[in-house]
Design a protein around this ligand. Structure first.
Ligand code: FHN
Length: 596
């Protein structure tokens, strides 16, 4: 106790000297348990930019103005943007209605943009006059206050997004002139963060974006948050190389393998963060549900973004997705809330989450033809298994398969159609105490088996990357799309390898996805338990939209049960001249899934 008191006294001394303290690691950090249990939040990008709907003097036909980046991408003058601010008047904004929509979506927390890069405060800031209380001609509701009260009243946690590094209104030089940036940080950013923390309390999350360059600045900003709101979580985009309380992944990025919690993936429903009605693309409810389950199976949270429109309403298509996701969570939420990452290897039919009481939740996206889901790698007894969508929790048949696999028989004819949910049909499995887990991948002879760069053992010169790729589409070149490709860079000095086990003999097509940009295409070889299968690659166009080509390298007969090894190498070409390898699939020939 004495030590903590001394630390507190020292921290206070530093505050008196500089105005903002430098966070002290020994100062206690907020609990992230609620965040890790919540698992699913709603992100809102809403501001003056929404009025323009991503359009500006026809420029949107030439390039994607990125909606909330409009001021910069359309090079709008200060005067013109301030004129736009006067037009912000979302008279349909109904915070209680919004809170009800978010609650019914199954989200457990909400994060809204209090100030984005445009510098406009969506609350009545006393630090800068460029705010909702002073600029719009006939609107001045304190949106951050009103929404926060409604969201909390609905039992959800509430946080705000703050752009601490970019502010085109107050710091148009983007930090190019350090003294100007320091002035912005001291006199705008930190005082605004302070007023947000003090006036809109309690804030569960301060969601910083575009990290600060200097660690000392980030530490001071962190100390400011700790001082005024010790329970508020900070994400890692605060910058300065500090971690915050949880890791923010890349935009729309789902890590290819589990990561240590807590972490969060923020994802758009369309291709834009702020409202962009001409966006022709939208994630389906199924994609949202499966991505949420996948993220949870890897230990993370999903923060799903929607962009309210200029009047304070939501696009019907967004509301439909939120309703469907909420309906699914109402029935299967036990497999999402309060769970942790899978204790098993990846599975070909979906993914697995693990409840605090040890129950495994099998998220089945792809139904095996025989209606039996193989639960691999559990060394121990299964006490009971049931369809999570069956309110009666009627036990389903469990057939041990060897000493570490179990076949769960789906009662297709007797269980309700709701329990057989098309997006994600969840099975619950209660294990007997003492169960252990074998994390070697089990090859299954009734589904497609993926071997991706992220799960490979790399050797030699082989490297890999979860690469963010931005493309435009033929139909609408003015709309950009972003994705992440799991890629290995393979030259003749490199090698990718995996181990797996089998319990049944079967034949498999060996299928790869690759890009060969060299004019002298190489030969690729798959080596399975010492047997080699080779094929000539074809030169592929350098087209990020249609990046990879599929090639069946051969067909392998696996006859022995037990452990196997498989590897991929290339021959020819110069060191450093890489084949882009996107994955190997073992496709059971019995399912004739390939066009011959
Ligand atoms: O530049 C911002 C962007 O506008 C949006 O707010 C996203 C959300 O994660 N963050 C930055 C880009 O990563």
């Amino acid at each position: 106790m004495i030590k903590r008191l001394i630390v507190a006294w020292l921290a206070c001394t530093v505050v008196c000297a500089t105005g903002y303290a430098v966070a002290d690691e020994s100062v206690s950090r907020p609990d992230t348990g609620w965040f890790q249990d919540a698992g699913f939040g709603i992100f809102l990008h809403w501001g003056v930019y929404t009025v323009a709907e991503g359009r500006w003097n026809g420029l949107e036909r030439k390039k994607d103005l990125w909606a909330e980046w409009l001021r910069h991408r359309a090079e709008i003058s200060k005067a013109d943007y301030e004129a736009l601010a006067r037009k912000f008047a979302p008279h349909d904004f109904d915070p209680r209605k919004w809170a009800g929509i978010f609650k019914n979506s199954g989200a457990r927390y909400v994060v809204i943009t209090a100030k984005h890069h445009d510098g406009f405060a969506m609350y009545k800031s006393k630090v800068s006059g460029f705010n909702i209380g002073e600029w719009p001609v006939d609107y001045n509701r304190d949106i951050i206050m009103d929404l926060g009260n409604a969201v909390r009243a609905s039992g959800l946690d509430y946080g705000v997004y703050y752009s601490q590094k970019i502010d085109w209104q107050h710091e148009p030089d983007w930090g190019k002139k350090p003294e100007k940036f320091n002035d912005y940080l001291e006199n705008i950013a930190m005082p605004q963060v302070e007023e947000l923390l003090k006036r809109y309390t309690p804030l569960s999350i301060m969601w910083f974006d575009i990290g600060l360059s200097k660690q000392e600045d980030a530490l001071r900003l962190e100390a400011l948050v700790r001082k005024h709101s010790p329970r508020t979580l900070i994400n890692s985009r605060i910058g300065g190389g500090i971690s915050g309380d949880y890791a923010s992944g890349g935009d729309n990025e789902v890590p290819p393998v589990p990561k240590d919690p807590p972490w969060e993936s923020c994802m758009t429903l369309t291709h834009h963060w702020a409202h962009y009605p001409q966006d022709v693309y939208q994630r389906s409810a199924t994609e949202v549900i499966r991505t949420l389950a996948d993220i949870r199976s890897k230990g993370g949270n999903m923060l799903l973004n929607i962009g309210p429109d200029k009047d304070g309403n939501f696009d019907a298509r967004d509301l439909v997705v939120l309703r469907r996701v909420g309906d699914w969570l109402a029935l299967f939420g036990e497999s999402i809330y309060g769970v942790g990452a899978t204790p098993l290897a990846r599975v070909p039919w979906g993914c697995v989450t693990r409840g605090k009481d040890g129950i495994l939740y099998l998220h089945v996206f792809d139904m095996p033809p025989a209606g039996e889901v193989v639960l691999p790698g559990v060394v121990g007894e299964v006490d009971k298994a049931w369809m999570l969508g069956d309110p009666k929790k009627k036990a389903i048949e469990v057939l041990p398969d060897g000493d570490r696999d179990h076949r769960l028989v789906i009662p297709v004819q007797t269980v309700t159609a709701k329990a057989l949910d098309a997006s994600d049909m969840v099975l619950a499995v209660k294990l007997a105490p003492g169960a252990e887990f074998d994390q070697m991948y089990l090859l299954q002879d009734d589904l497609i088996n993926e071997f991706k760069p992220a799960t490979a053992i790399l050797s030699g010169s082989a490297t890999r990357k979860h690469e963010r790729v931005v493309t435009t589409i033929e139909e609408d070149p003015a709309i950009e799309r972003a994705r992440h490709d799991d890629i290995a860079f393979l030259d003749q000095e490199g090698r990718l390898a995996w181990s797996f086990r089998t319990t049944h003999a079967a034949d498999y097509h060996l299928v790869i996805d690759y890009a060969e940009l060299s004019e002298r295409p190489r030969v690729i070889t798959v080596t399975l338990d010492g047997e080699t299968f080779s094929a000539q690659l074809q030169t592929t166009p350098d087209d990020k939209l249609n990046r990879f080509r599929t090639l069946r390298v051969g067909t392998a007969a696996i006859r022995s049960d037990g452990e196997h090894s498989i590897a991929v190498t290339v021959t020819g070409g110069k060191p450093g001249e890489h084949v882009l390898f996107n994955g190997l699939r073992l496709v059971p020939t019995r399912t004739t899934l390939l066009d011959e």
